[in-house]
Design a protein around this ligand. Structure first.
Ligand SMILES: O=C(O)CCC(=O)C(=O)O
Ligand SMILES: [Fe+2]
Length: 193
């Protein structure tokens, strides 16, 4: 967990640099509370059991979605099946690469950057290869969230008033006084209701 936190903070520093933010540690400073009591970041182990019997090609194991925090670090095994949707709407196989971590931008980062960084729609397909089908698939996701007391409408990223970017289906007005904690717990209860 500590290593996931360190990696997340390093990536956030690289992003602050890439986004040319004046404060070079700005994004990581919003996430210093990871692993503390005021932060909803979590590590999730995912298990997909082996598949027996016949299945049509291209069956979906996990429906397309975007993650709702800041970003996600994903550690896949070698079975594969993860696909990400590109900006033109086509799916691309995100084939597992040994000793690598896949980073998915999530909704908060898309919202803050006004869509410059795109929250990646992704899904998991059942593999075509019968050998891979009969194997279990395991993956570990570290969902990176900022401090729960931060306001979702973060001023540092504000650009111009004509920007229509919002977050999920909230209006700009609703987001005005919403903390990250309220937003995240709302999404949890919507997802797991
Ligand atoms: O199983 C995976 O590799 C991805 C899981 C995922 O996208 C999620 O839990 O949000
Ligand atoms: Fe996901």
């Amino acid at each position: 967990m500590q290593d996931c936190k360190s990696l997340a903070l390093r990536i956030l520093d690289a992003l602050s640099y890439g986004l040319k933010l004046e404060e070079k540690n700005y994004l990581s400073s919003l996430h210093k509370s990871i692993l503390g009591p005021h932060n909803h970041s979590s590590l999730r182990y995912l298990y997909y059991p082996p598949i027996s019997g016949k299945l049509k090609k291209g069956q979906i194991r996990l429906l397309e979605h975007t993650d709702y925090g800041c970003m996600t670090l994903l550690f896949q095994d070698s079975v594969g099946g993860l696909q990400i949707k590109s900006r033109d709407g086509t799916y691309i196989d995100a084939c597992p690469i040994e000793n690598s971590v896949l980073i998915n931008v999530a909704d908060l980062l898309q919202y803050w950057t006004h869509g410059d960084l795109k929250s990646t729609p992704h899904r998991i397909l059942v593999p075509d290869d019968p050998l891979k089908r009969s194997a279990q698939r395991q993956s570990i996701a570290f969902f990176v969230h900022p401090n729960e007391n931060l306001f979702v409408s973060n001023t540092l990223f504000k650009r111009d008033v004509s920007d229509t970017m919002t977050l999920r289906n909230f209006t700009k007005q609703q987001l005005e006084n919403m903390t990250v904690g309220e937003y995240v717990t709302g999404q949890f209860s919507r997802t797991y209701a």
